[in-house]
Design a protein around this ligand. Sequence first.
Ligand code: SF4
Length: 194
Amino acid sequence: MQLKLLLPVPTSINALYINQWGYDHKLKRNAPTGAKILSKEGEKCKEQIQFHTQKQLEGQEWDYEWTVDKNNFMFMDVWIYFSRRGRDSDNIFKLLSDSLEKLVYDNDSRVLPRVQRVLYDTKNPRIQVEFSPVDYIGIFRNSEEIDEFESRCKTCTRYLDGRCSILNDSLIGTVREEIGDVDDPNCTAYKEKK
Ligand code: SF4
């Protein structure tokens, strides 16, 4: 499962928000309310990103429902083509993430951004974005590592047909001290079945 998008360069976070103004009854005049709202530039850019995303989602194999599961994480690889030098790649992610939430994915807390390249194109500034599920599952590198780990669990008195809390925490990415180094998981709570 993969999704590829070609989108406008998102407005920098520095130009994304403005102060909200409203009538202040004490001062009897308009004054900043203390809240921040999207700038006109930010609003317009968000609309464009969402418009292009909706069009490009058609015909691509992307399962939005898969992103709703709180255990599913995805990479967001980004190639950036700025119109000029000097812009910071970190500053585009706030608007990009907000624009794609509820359209490409349910919640941006499970999206892992990775900038692949920053280039410059004065005539056609743009970003290329590719989404793909991460390889890892919980603390494990992949399903093969789970199978290997769980095959030992099945000979452990605490396995209880898969209900062991240490195993289940590990499968959803919660680090348990019994597991030791997550790069080489080895459960110290193991008790061999007699
Ligand atoms: S205690 Fe450790 S080895 Fe035993 S079932 Fe749970 S995770 Fe597996």
